[in-house]
Design a binder for this molecule. Structure first.
Ligand code: ADP
Length: 490
């Protein structure tokens, strides 16, 4: 039997998703199972989450953990994929529409308690006193919401599995006032500089980084960046100290879900040998979004959470220049209310040339990936960035700030890279108007050279960013960390 992995995430596509973490948690476990591993996924039961499971049953009852309400463990198989899931079912904590925030984009005030409960369930399932017979060799935790699991296991004494913690975004740390600490069920001695204490507060992220056997993040460049003061969000010192245990593994793409030849979200299908459908998707997208039906206007797409990180304020300063060059902008996103309003106003000022849709819409995300000529990712920092990888599948290159995973995936279309056939998009160095516009100009310039553009498109459609490549790296890491724990125990 293969290695047993308990994969814990606060969101898993298609049961619940706000961003890239949901995609990773939805598709990496499948790739691990395909490679022969025995994987169970643990996540909270949000509204509607249970409906995704077939053969659903309560497998354990934990009672009232941490005072958050009675908590059950609901097991079942995902109806779409057959993946084995465990849901943490505690309606007072998780039966709310927003995963982490209310309708006004304010964090739920009890997020510490909510995710501490997820962590306690995870630690129970991994520990010797688990209520179920299945015991993992590895617990793979994802982002701050799971950060207390490695701490509970390491501090609990007793036999425990190996722990791997993946940083999907270091900027979200789960930092709460010290007054919350006594409610989290952690040993008192862990509230120190070398434990979960962070500038007088409690940090779930720091707990994960401190107590896990191995750390990963979602691209090699981001793994290096987070060890610097610029990108380290105050945790760079700790990450430098743990550099020997930190690796960057670029996320993959689910090639079945993002496939222009079969994608049910698209009005027209296409593939590298028959690209006519791509042009038809562009026309359909222009019509859907109320953009002028101009086949030769470069259509620039953007699908993003609307936060400071994603550089939308920068986009707004250059949008009039982009439109003045005859290009069109199609943006889909949801996030900070002030950004949503400002983007909406800008679109109203440019009817027919800039379209802004403020909502979460998986289908439209696919249609933008397919119908746009080029995608824009002006992120200030970007741990991985999946939309550029998805774009490749649809022959849509990206214009990106050369940071994090974007730097790893996008090879700038310099004359040299174009001649060598290695270019995959357009990069710029600094988050400034000038740099961004220069990259956009280069993209538009190349778009006006249809033969070169078509060659670039063919090349990116041939790239292999499938999950098996990334999954193999995680499996090596699991083996290493299990062997190391075996040595330590022996
Ligand atoms: P992040 O994880 O920071 O949100 P990524 O680029 O890694 O950024 O992943 C974003 C994922 O979320 C992609 O799958 C993208 O298509 C999706 N996404 C973001 N915003 C929306 C939206 N408003 N509607 C549909 N999908 C969205």
């Amino acid at each position: 039997m293969g290695l047993k992995v308990l994969f814990v995430s606060p969101e898993v596509f298609p049961l619940a998703k706000t961003g890239g973490l949901g995609d990773v948690a939805g598709f990496l476990p499948r790739a691990l199972i395909d490679a022969g591993l025995d994987v169970r996924i643990l996540m909270p039961a949000y509204p509607g989450t249970k409906d995704h499971l077939a053969r659903r049953r309560v497998e354990a009852r934990f009672g009232d953990l941490l005072g958050g309400g009675d908590t059950d463990l609901v097991g079942g198989r995902a109806k779409d994929s057959g993946l084995p899931f465990w849901l943490v079912d505690c309606p007072p904590l998780f039966d709310r529409q927003g995963l982490y925030q209310d309708d006004d984009a304010r964090d739920w005030p009890d997020n510490a308690l909510r995710y501490a409960v997820l962590c306690h369930v995870g630690a129970r399932l991994a520990g010797a006193a688990s209520p179920v017979p299945w015991r993992p060799d590895v617990v793979h935790c994802n982002d701050w919401q799971t950060g207390l699991i490695p701490a509970l296991l390491a501090l609990g004494g007793g036999p425990r599995p190996a722990t791997v913690f993946t940083i999907h975004n270091l900027a979200y740390q789960g930092v709460f006032p010290a007054a919350v600490f006594p409610t989290l069920g952690l040993p008192a001695e862990s509230f120190t500089l070398h434990g979960v204490e962070f500038h007088g507060q409690v940090s779930f992220m720091k707990a994960g980084l401190t107590y896990s056997d191995k750390l990963t993040t979602v691209s090699p460049t981001y793994a290096a960046e987070i060890q610097t003061t610029t990108y380290g969000c105050g945790l760079d010192g700790l990450l430098r100290a743990r550099a020997g245990d930190l690796v960057g593994i670029l996320n993959g793409v689910d090639t079945a879900n993002w496939d222009p030849a079969t994608d049910p979200n698209l009005p027209h299908r296409f593939d590298p040998h028959d690209m006519a459908g791509k042009a038809r998707n562009k026309t359909a997208l222009q019509e859907e979004l109320g953009l002028e039906p101009a086949a030769d206007a470069p259509l620039i797409g953007l699908v993003s959470r609307l936060t400071e990180q994603k550089g939308l304020d920068l986009l707004m300063t250059v949008a009039p220049d982009i439109l003045a060059r005859g290009a069109q902008l199609a943006l889909l996103g949801v996030g900070e209310p002030a950004l949503e309003r400002a983007l909406g106003r800008l679109a109203e000022e440019h009817p027919g040339r800039m379209a802004v849709q403020i909502r979460f819409d998986e289908g439209l995300a696919h249609r933008i990936e397919a119908g746009a000529d080029v995608l824009l990712m002006p992120s200030r920092f970007e741990p991985c960035g999946l939309t550029d990888l998805y774009g490749f599948r649809y022959g849509t290159m990206s214009i990106v700030h050369r940071v994090g995973g974007l730097a790893d995936a996008v090879i700038d279309a310099t004359e040299d890279a174009l001649s060598a056939g290695t270019a995959t998009g357009f990069t710029y160095e600094e988050s400034t108007r000038e740099d961004l516009l220069a990259a956009i100009d280069r993209a538009i310039g190349l778009y006006r050279r249809p033969e070169q553009w078509a060659r670039l498109r063919r090349h990116v459609m041939d790239l292999d960013f499938g999950w098996p490549v990334a999954a193999a790296k995680y499996i090596d890491l699991y083996r290493e960390v299990v062997a190391r724990r075996g040595d330590a125990a022996g």
